[in-house]
Design a protein around this ligand. Structure first.
Ligand code: NAP
Length: 528
């Protein structure tokens, strides 16, 4: 018996420290989770961050021209208003600075383990906790909150998708991994893609490159961007009378809540918006041939609507070529499009998006039956209960999980709803007491997804005649929330215990196990 006790203690030491909650990622989702946990009085948690600083996608995406196309007063935490946003639509550097500020003001830094990339986590059904391996060491946690975000792992075409890429002699990088050490001045550059990232990069680099060749597989719908600086008077007012900032946020939110009805229920009214976008294109692009190439043949809103006043003008400049075809292969330094057009270039910038519906973290989560989350989702795509919990993955939840994305409003609203759900989840575990875990019932997950997919049928994302990263390999929309943010808030206010199976330890932990978990527990002082 004593020998077994020693073995268990040794195993406990090898597993590393134990925490109540492990949050993965320190972008908006992860920092928000940390703030919320502290507000709930929980201090026994860590935030595992693979990089050396906070900010998530707003740290990684520092390409020239990077900015947010959602107004900052809405694209920020309701519990951490910033009266000093300099512009209606802030640049990346301001958003990143905001997140650094949140980490400081809410005293989150003692919780953050930088350079700790999660390489694997396994559910231990006996101890009812997660064993987590990271590049910075091991640990275990009662609850895992995965806030890795959908836009974190860049998608670059593989050699099979893009033959010859490996032998390209020039520079290659992705929009989210910008190589600031590489001087684009005077270079012949290929921009691949026409998504939200590419349309910001193109006007930012066009003036300095020798030639810019844009490989456009699908033209985006682009609306004018009504941006402006926020005046000193407004900022003063927002500082002195926080209600004015709240009113501003409320207005921005309300307009988008109304707009979403067109995306979800009445796509036909979006014809008006298509006319505005076409006028915007016609006003800037005189050349009928270029205009034809830039005119989408699917409904507006089907892909994310892009906002820019500088994209179309950049495309009319003499050093820019728009190839209306996707990049199909690379032959030395010659890029060959699907329609046979070629361009000789020095550098390729991939604005080809992210692994969203095949999120890499899903390969690193091993659930109760020994399958990874990716394997569990292989048949039928990503699905969860209320965008958070997956069946067979007890005490694991994700922030910005399946079908929580938005096409027209601020993701921070959705994140905050999920934080409320997370807080109630942890609360429910407390109320149940003892060594306990909650596992989403497969029937509840199925019912939730049926409801979501039924509502999805009429939406512009499914009916607009396009492909997009909203749809998975089977054409199923597993990313977008087909409703208002208020509806999602209502659906995530509380954890319905009837939707979960309550798991309790079959074998009570021995005293020595409890002791080793307690002594190893990472303690972060409440006032730290
Ligand atoms: P994206 O929207 O997924 O766009 C990827 C682009 O790459 C698409 O235009 C795609 O064409 C194109 N592509 C892929 N393979 C290609 C090939 N072989 N040849 C030519 N084109 C190819 O990625 P993203 O622009 O990085 O944006 C992702 C998301 O990040 C956005 O939707 C948005 O949610 C977010 N974002 C937001 C902001 C903001 O202002 N808030 C800014 C940047 C990004 P197809 O369209 O034909 O598939």
């Amino acid at each position: 018996m004593a020998e077994h006790g020693h073995e268990r203690e040794r195993a406990g030491r090898e597993r590393g420290p134990h925490v109540r909650v492990a949050v993965i990622g320190s972008g908006f989702g992860g920092l928000g989770a940390a703030v919320r946990l502290r507000r709930e009085g929980i201090t026994d948690f860590v935030v595992l961050e693979r990089a050396g600083s906070v900010g998530g996608t707003w740290r990684d995406n520092d390409y020239p021209g990077c900015a947010c196309d959602v107004p900052s007063h809405l694209y920020s935490f309701s519990f951490a208003p910033n009266p000093d946003w300099p512009r209606a639509f802030s640049g990346q550097e301001h958003i990143r600075a905001y997140l650094e500020h949140v980490a400081d003001v809410f005293r989150l830094r003692p919780h953050i383990r930088f350079d700790s990339e999660v390489t694997m986590m396994r559910w231990d059904g006996e101890r009812l906790c997660w064993d987590i391996e990271t590049s910075g060491g091991r640990l275990s946690a009662d609850v895992v909150v995965s806030a890795t975000g959908p836009l974190s792992d860049p998608k670059i075409p593989t050699e099979a998708e893009l033959p010859g890429l490996g032998s390209f002699p020039g520079k290659v990088f992705h929009s989210a991994r910008w190589d600031h050490g590489y001087d684009l001045r005077g270079k012949r550059v290929a921009m691949i893609g026409t998504g939200a990232s590419a349309i910001q990069i193109v006007p930012a680099i066009q003036p300095e490159v020798d030639r810019l060749t844009l490989f456009q597989r699908t033209p985006p719908w682009v609306l004018p961007r009504v941006d402006r600086g926020i005046s000193g008077v407004e900022r003063w007012l927002h500082r002195q009378l926080p209600l004015t900032a709240q009113a501003r946020r409320g207005l921005l939110w309300g307009i988008r809540e109304l707009q979403v009805q067109a995306f979800t229920k009445r796509p036909e009214v979006l014809g008006v918006v298509e006319r505005v976008a076409k006028r915007h294109l016609a006003r800037v692009v005189d050349d009928p041939d270029l205009r034809a190439r830039l005119t989408p043949d699917y409904r507006i809103g089907c892909k994310r609507i892009l906002l820019s006043n500088t994209y179309y003008p950049a495309l009319t400049r003499p050093n820019v070529d728009v190839v209306a075809s996707g990049l199909a292969k690379v032959d030395g330094s010659t890029l060959v499009a699907a329609d046979g057009s070629t361009a000789e270039v020095d550098a390729i910038v991939f604005g080809t998006g992210f692994h969203v519906t095949d999120m890499p973290i899903a390969d690193r989560v091993v659930g109760a039956d020994g399958r990874t989350l990716a394997e569990a989702w292989a048949d039928g795509g990503m699905r969860s209960l209320r965008g958070a919990s997956a069946a067979g993955f007890p005490n694991w939840m994700t922030i910005i999980g399946p079908n929580t994305g938005l096409g027209n409003s601020s993701m921070i609203l959705m994140i905050e709803s999920q934080l409320a759900y997370m807080a109630d989840f942890v609360r429910q575990l407390d109320v149940l007491g003892g060594r306990v875990a909650l596992d989403a019932r497969p029937a509840a997950v199925a019912a939730w997804n049926e409801r979501v997919q039924r509502r999805m049928e009429r939406t512009i994302w499914n009916t607009g005649g396009c492909t997009s990263w909203y749809l998975d390999a089977n054409g199923r929309n597993t990313t977008i929330w087909p409703g208002t943010t208020a509806e999602f808030r209502g659906a995530t206010r509380r954890v319905e215990l009837s939707e979960y199976e309550v798991l309790r330890v079959a074998r009570p932990r021995t005293e020595s196990e409890e002791r080793s978990m307690k002594t190893d527990t990472v303690k972060v002082e409440a006032g730290a």
